[in-house]
Design a protein around this ligand. Structure first.
Ligand SMILES: *Cc1c(COP(=O)(O)O)cnc(C)c1O
Length: 353
């Protein structure tokens, strides 16, 4: 079985070996207040900064999931309301979660087939925080760095928060244009589920400090306080921190990874243009996600392709939400092997799709 599912997704081949190593080195039962744990955290943070190019003054925290990050942001970084700009199911879910915690949260939804229409936003309103899903996993769209930069400069007083769950570890992020970045590890990072990385700019931490919210175990102030000592508020997923360290060591510089993802994306698009039954859901190159490829077709063709591919051992991602029956999704994540992509494409060609 080869999984092309865009999350939880194919893990790196070395994961079983790394888990065994973690066991031999005693990490599976390491106390999270111990020096050994603190060193692991410190080393992993250093690698995040070095390999993913996270700025030295941004805080890097380990939490449980991207969903938890949605709540942390609403609890700790918003006094009254946030503005959620989205075009798909994950962005909408984030808005719904925020609204339960801060009922004045507002939303601006836009057509997923088009770039984010900056001209339709009201820049005279000044929201406290803008919530963006940089890579919308449900429909395979992305928000480009230039758009994030533009929002960052036009909403100068707002914090910019970005959900990068399905692109973190695959693409180079324009860190300087955003204040809060987060993603869970079971997608682009190719690790087993159960942890997320939350990255905050000095300005985000300043806002968190001035809001001074301490009512939850996962209040950002508590998380940042413990992390200043390379610790966590609660017993964390130590194994996943260890695995993250290993993945970062294996992958090396994000620049190189990003290039490879772009190259594979271009190759995928070229291949898809030779098919008859399916085409990219998104036509505009700049809107197309680089890491989650979404293909559209007739309902019967989509279910046939999903089924026949599964019979052959290829697990594809089904469509999400309203796109469930008319699309399928393919992960273009770093852990995918070149020969796996080739064999899926060969099979599709052979089937005459
Ligand atoms: C998968 C996903 C989530 C949810 O991740 P969890 O780890 O299950 O909380 C949130 N946002 C995006 C964009 C996703 O792809």
């Amino acid at each position: 079985m080869i999984s092309f599912y865009p999350g939880p997704s194919r893990v790196h081949n070395e994961v079983p070996k790394w888990v065994f190593k973690a066991h031999l080195q005693g990490y599976l039962s390491t106390n999270h207040r111990s020096e050994k744990f603190r060193q692991l955290v410190s080393k992993t943070q250093k690698l995040l900064r070095k390999n993913l190019k996270v700025p030295a003054d941004y805080g890097c925290f380990f939490v449980s999931s991207a969903t938890e990050c949605w709540e942390i942001i609403a609890q700790s970084l918003i006094r009254e309301s946030s503005l959620h700009i989205y075009n798909g199911a994950f962005g909408e879910k984030w808005f719904n979660y925020s609204q339960k915690i801060k009922p004045k949260a507002t939303a601006f939804s836009f057509d997923f087939r088009q770039p984010l229409p900056l001209e339709d936003l009201q820049f005279d309103l000044s929201p406290e925080l803008i919530a963006l899903t940089q890579n919308e996993t449900s429909n395979g769209t992305q928000i480009q760095a230039a758009t994030i930069e533009s929002l960052n400069s036009r909403y100068a007083d707002a914090l910019i928060a970005l959900d990068v769950t399905s692109s973190l570890g695959g693409l180079q992020m324009p860190w300087e244009y955003g204040d809060i970045w987060f993603g869970s590890v079971q997608k682009c990072l190719g690790l087993p589920a159960g942890m997320a990385i939350l990255i905050c700019s000095p300005r985000a931490l300043e806002v968190s400090g001035s809001i001074n919210e301490h009512n939850h175990y996962n209040s950002l102030n508590n998380i940042a306080f413990h992390m200043s000592n390379h610790q966590t508020t609660h017993t964390p997923n130590v194994l996943n921190i260890y695995l993250l360290k290993k993945v970062l060591q294996k992958s090396g510089s994000i620049k190189k990874v990003h290039k490879r993802i772009e190259k594979r994306f271009t190759q995928w698009m070229k291949f898809i243009s030779s098919l008859n039954l399916i085409k990219p859901l998104i036509a505009e190159n700049e809107v197309q996600s680089r890491t989650v490829i979404t293909l559209e077709g007739a309902k019967d063709d989509i279910s046939m392709i999903m089924q026949e591919s599964a019979d052959q051992g290829f697990i594809l991602g089904m469509g999400y939400g309203i796109l469930k029956e008319t699309t399928l999704r393919i992960a273009n994540f770093p852990a995918m092997e070149k020969d796996e992509i080739q064999s899926l494409q060969k099979f599709w060609k052979h089937q005459g799709y």
